[in-house]
Write a protein that binds this ligand. Structure first.
Ligand code: PLP
Length: 399
């Protein structure tokens, strides 16, 4: 017999964890590792948000709030959704949570019965399948690759539906691929989904970070589908506020109420101080941030295109690229020490990149694409230049 519940036993340890430990150990030993693993922007929290938070503290706004979040913030989010996304929601159709991560968990816990299937396009963000399984649902993976631009087609979605399918997850712009669906592609998916009874979980957390493509929320494509869509968003990525932990869902009132009840028994409410900070942050996104990210993306994709053996779909959103290193797997790498070693798989490649090239990336195994690896370009140009030079040197030692 196990001490741990089956639920706890079933959680996969993060595949990045051992690498993270090694990265930290190397840095602690004084090695100059370029860290390309971070899933957060390198720009700071807006001052307006920080001051709002300080005021909240000094004014004593430091108590429990309504479980779904303070009404001022829900109103402001409703206005934001109307102005920026063309979506009309009332404040009681919005719930604020401790990060979009909790928003998503609330959704799966209130939507799924045991055995309910959720269509999950791969490569996917690592937490989706884990959260779906924790809610006793079944993630049904829809494979995509570079050839399909890492996008699912309406036909692919319709083919995968069974009597048990409850929902589909759409994450555009995507973590880890950086791929954003065009408005036309969103409309095509919406048209197919309107004819079904599926719920759509639309994770739009990277919506502001798109380059040369306009983000379109699938909830705007069809009024019929809007009723079954849960729009997920948050403050982490747009405003450089990962540590404040504020995310939200907009959707059907009954579901939002159920999430609020659920949340009232798990975290009670998101931090009162962080909610005030979020209120201060709304509307402060600077287009300059997008330009900075776009320049980095261009630099990284150009550098990757010159690397022998590497292919990469052209991303147009978020701050990730997800190159495919299939042709490096099973090849021989000659270490600095002169020793030759066969690159066994993507995880092994990640280890070698770290120990030999001092570049820390996230191997694709946790994202459902074991031969790819994720690079975050939310770091300075000098860091990116150094990393790409090291990657080129690494590639020269593969035969
Ligand atoms: N959704 C996606 C696709 C993400 O990449 C992340 C963070 O990495 C989240 C949701 C959760 O963000 P947070 O909980 O910080 O709001």
């Amino acid at each position: 017999t196990h001490t741990l519940a089956r639920r706890a036993q079933a959680i996969s340890p993060s595949p990045t964890l051992s690498l993270d430990t090694k990265t930290k150990a190397l840095i602690a030993q004084g090695h100059d590792v370029v860290n390309l693993t971070v899933g957060e922007p390198d720009f700071p929290t807006p001052l307006a948000a920080s001051y709002a938070a300080i005021r909240a503290i000094t004014e004593g706004f430091t108590r429990y709030t309504a479980p779904a979040g303070i009404v001022e913030l829900r109103k402001a989010i409703a206005e934001k959704l109307a102005q920026e996304n063309g979506l009309s929601y009332s404040p009681d159709e919005i719930i604020v949570s401790t990060g979009a991560k909790q928003s998503l968990y609330n959704i799966f816990m209130t939507l799924l019965d045991p055995g309910d299937e959720v269509l999950l396009p791969a490569p996917y963000w690592v937490s989706y399948p884990e959260q779906i399984r924790l809610a006793e649902g079944v993630p049904v993976v829809l494979e995509t690759d570079e050839q399909s631009g890492f996008k699912v087609t309406p036909e692919q979605v319709l083919r995968a539906i069974t009597p048990r399918t409850k929902a589909i997850l759409i994450n555009s712009p995507s973590n880890p691929t950086g791929v954003t669906y065009t408005p036309e592609e969103i409309d095509a998916l919406a048209e197919a989904l309107t004819s079904t009874s599926l719920y759509v979980v639309s994770d739009e957390i990277y919506e502001q970070l798109t380059y040369g493509v306009t983000h379109k929320s699938i909830a705007t494509s069809s009024e019929e589908l809007r009723k079954r869509t849960l729009v997920v968003n948050g403050f982490s990525k747009t405003f450089g506020m990962t540590g404040w932990r504020v995310g939200y869902v907009a959707g059907d009132r009954t579901l939002i109420q159920a999430m609020s009840s659920f949340q009232s028994h798990t975290t009670a409410n998101p931090s009162s101080i962080s909610q005030r900070a979020a209120l201060g942050a709304l509307g402060t996104f600077s287009p300059q941030t997008r330009e900075t990210m776009r320049e980095r993306l261009q630099f990284v994709t150009r550098a990757l295109a010159e690397l022998p053996g590497i292919t990469c779909a052209q991303p147009n959103g978020a701050f990730y690229v997800f190159p495919n290193a299939s042709s490096w797997i099973t090849k021989t790498y000659t270490k600095m020490s002169g020793e030759s070693i066969v690159i066994r798989d993507g995880d092994h490649l990640g280890e070698l990149l770290l120990s030999e090239a001092l570049i820390s990336v996230v191997p694709g195994s946790g994202f459902g694409a074991p031969n790819n690896f994720r690079i975050s370009y939310a770091t300075s140009m000098p860091n990116l230049e150094k990393a790409m030079e090291r990657l080129r040197d690494f590639a020269k030692r593969i035969a």
